[in-house]
Design a protein around this ligand. Structure first.
Ligand SMILES: NC(=O)c1ccc[n+]([C@@H]2O[C@H](COP(=O)([O-])OP(=O)(O)OC[C@H]3O[C@@H](n4cnc5c(N)ncnc54)[C@H](OP(=O)(O)O)[C@@H]3O)[C@@H](O)[C@H]2O)c1
Length: 249
């Protein structure tokens, strides 16, 4: 992906990986629009990065998402990069008798349905650009699940599969399709403690490595894989799935 002269929409740009990549891409002179629910963070991030724009949206609300996409199309006719990054995780105990469906519903709406919906809403506009990119954040857990997060892992495996079909269908268009599959990274995705967990990859290191990989043309299979996630990604192929599965569970 060319790393300059883009107009980039990043969902989940208020914190963690989305915010850090938004800032790195902004620093390269791209026009960056971040989206998320927390207005105070949209204000904080855009104030710290003059020229960056922030738009509030709850991607779980499909009506709001459609209005949001219309606004993006109107206000940013040069939009050529859609970065589907917003995501949530929840632990789930599937053995309890009256399992609460709210957790898996929220995960599927946020991590899966909103990605399919927003991509469909913006794809016609992206296709009109000379060069465009759809990049979507999955996870190493798409390849080896950890049973504490059943729907989360499945949501990312869904995206991995769906992105392959999207990439194939768009192969003869100006739109490239990338998958960003992070390892365990120091953000607050799984709670505040994750941000300083020594087992997680430091966010700044992750973003620095991703920026290098993004700059390389034609990443293998359209996947942006830092060194730390390659073991999980290749586990099945390398005959190491059982080892990784035991480790993750
Ligand atoms: N950190 C890791 O270890 C790791 C590993 C693999 C994959 N990932 C993936 O990386 C992506 C970013 O996560 P992160 O680690 O950076 O965690 P994070 O700091 O919690 O970021 C999640 C982002 O998603 C946004 N978001 C969540 N629900 C939303 C909703 N309903 N509407 C709009 N925005 C919403 C949040 O913004 P608001 O709260 O402001 O709405 C926030 O900006 C996620 O897709 C996650 O699954 C993370």
């Amino acid at each position: 992906m060319q790393l300059t002269d883009n107009t980039i929409l990043i969902t989940g740009g208020t914190s963690g990986i989305g915010r850090a990549l938004a800032e790195a891409l902004h620093a390269r002179g791209n026009h960056v629009i971040i989206a998320g629910r927390r207005q105070e963070l949209l204000d904080e991030v855009t104030a710290a990065n003059p020229g960056m724009r922030g738009l509030a949206v709850d991607v779980q609300d499909s009506f709001a998402l459609a209005e949001f996409a219309a606004r993006v199309r109107d206000e940013f006719p040069k939009l050529n990069v859609l970065f589907n990054n917003a995501g949530i995780t929840r632990t789930e105990d599937l053995t309890v008798d009256a399992a609460d469906p709210s957790a898996w519903r929220a995960i599927l709406e946020t991590n899966v349905a909103s990605v399919l919906h927003l991509t469909a809403l913006l794809l016609p506009a992206l296709r009109r650009q000379e060069r465009a990119t759809i990049i979507t954040t999955t996870s190493g857990l798409a390849f080896v699940p950890t049973s504490r997060f059943p729907t989360y892992c499945a949501s990312k495996a869904f995206l991995h599969s769906w992105l392959q079909s999207l990439r194939h269908q768009l192969r003869e268009t100006s739109v490239e399709v990338l998958e960003l599959a992070p390892p365990y990274v120091q953000t607050e995705l799984g709670g505040k403690a994750q941000a300083s967990d020594p087992h997680a990859m430091p966010l700044a290191d992750y973003v620095a490595e991703v920026m290098q990989l993004l700059a390389e043309p034609n990443p293998p299979h359209g996947e942006i894989l830092v060194q730390r996630v390659q073991g999980m990604r290749g586990a099945e192929q390398n005959g190491e799935y059982a080892k990784w599965y035991d480790r993750m569970n």
